[in-house]
Ligand binder design. Sequence first.
Ligand code: PLP
Length: 289
Amino acid sequence: MFDQIAQSVAYQKLNLDAAVSITVKRLDQIHPQISGNKFFKLKYNFLEAQKQGLNKVLTFGGAYSNHIAATAYAAHLFGFKSVGIIRGEELAAKPLNSTLATAQQFGMQLHFVSREQYRQKDQPEYLAALNQQFPKHFIIPEGGTNPLAIQGCKETLTAEDLQNYDVICCAVGTGGTISGLIEASAEHQTILGFSALKGDFLQHDVKQWTTKKNWKITDAYCCGGYAKTTPELLQFMQSFEAEHNIPLEQVYTAKMMIGLFDLIEQNYFPSGSRILVIHTGGLQGRHTG
Ligand SMILES: *Cc1c(COP(=O)(O)O)cnc(C)c1O
């Protein structure tokens, strides 16, 4: 199932008046719900759950989480049951937003917890308690980032991608996707990550997944932090979409693209650089933020 979907990824070269070329790898087109990188991150998690004889998954996310939407849909496809631990107790009493409504529609059982509780999502004691409450569930961490996810994300790049491009760009949240790209990359390539969040911790997080050195992450275009936007970002997103006919969303991919365009303007890349941009999708959350 996963293999069939991955083979259909399209490339789109942007029409630019610049000394570099940009090609967008349209993972956003893989599926409206399992968009982009989440699909690669989930692949080996589901295969491992199957191997362990489990047919239920449990994972964590915020109310607008692309990972929650993708996991619910993947579970539906695999004939798995799924549980989503959702940050924010107060949401239980409110109408579901479109991300959560879609997740529920694909069979995910939504379990709302307080922010204090949610913060324990990686603590062994809390995980043990969840295991009691939801027995025989395969647990996938927030954002889906674990060694199985990195293994899946390596498959984002084909042998041609390693030959045909000098720079590979992606949006960064937990750092799982970029770690897979780095691990798969060729020595001559640079992997450039545009963080959706403020802070240096990602440098450290990525180093736990790879020992390679051919990468950089910048948070200079995070617009103040996760899910924050600026009028300039939204304006850029609109004009980019109108000009190139590629949809972006404001949490991840628009920040990456505005950053990339800014670096090109600053002549950051040598003339003739061939840049591959990984469009990580996320469009299910586009109209909700
Ligand atoms: C989740 C997500 C990311 C971040 O992926 P990480 O592996 O967590 O770094 C980037 N782009 C989109 C659209 C996403 O949904």
